[in-house]
Design a protein around this ligand. Sequence first.
Ligand SMILES: [Zn+2]
Length: 323
Amino acid sequence: MRKQVLWAFLCGLLLPLVLAAVGGREASPPTVPEGESEGITISLEDRLWDAQTRIMVLTPSGNVRQMRLSEYLAGVVLAEMPTDFEDEALKAQAVVARTYTCKRMEHYKHGAAAVCMDSGCCQGFWDEEDYVNSGGSQEALDRIRSAVTSTDGLVLYYGGELIDATYFSCSGGFTEDAAAVWGQDVPYLQSVESPGEENAPRYVSTVRYTPENFCLVTGCGGEGNPSGWFGQVRYTDGGGVESMKICGKTYTGTQLRSALNLRSTLFSIRVESGMIVIETKGFGHRVGMSQYGAQAMALEGSAFEQILKHYYTGTVLRNQGGA
Ligand SMILES: [Zn+2]
């Protein structure tokens, strides 16, 4: 039904433009779509699928705000990815954000709203006006809008369904299987190499714990010299800690990440001058697309389609607008 309407709609747009090009005169005003006031000129941008699709978003103050998907996605890319990233990385992020959002629109998570603006729950959102008012550059905003419009309607599918397009900041060299982090295998969320992230600001981080504090947060019950506390470590395909024995107890990597407040599960522990030193690579859950990896691929000349295919194994791009 939607496709038929859109085709009729596109034909209504394109025919006058073609006639105008042939006749060498200005195009007739396009047909005013349902819901728009007569007399208002409708720009080509307004006719994009993202602009015609509405989304209900839960704001931090608890209100539900309706907005165009195009506006919402630009705000998500603003909030979720550094604005100075390459155009192809921004486009990849726009497609991932759109896919994530469309999946959420299948099953509303927040009552009357499909998504919220909390990056820890759904996706972050930075209102364009707030961005500019807080000193954000108009040029960067234009590049982000362009990343959204140039990928209009594009989403990722696997096996006939929209994928769960998870993403994160920095992998530390390899991404992680979904199974390793969430316990459930997802065919398109497999561990892949993610080179070129070394310049990411949070590529490596180090935290130090006194043995007492380490015991407090992990509940390991260790006594004496901590050098003897650490036993066998198992690793995931993505190089993260799957499990680690501490003082005879087995912890999963995700348990330790949470307890020790680590940036990822890709970490190593050593004892140095009586302190427990934990070195972590990467930032985030490391499942799906690495944003700094996407940037590294873009800098090497990859197009957004190649970036997406690399991080989401076996997926295909489809246009929700039916084109
Ligand atoms: Zn949410």
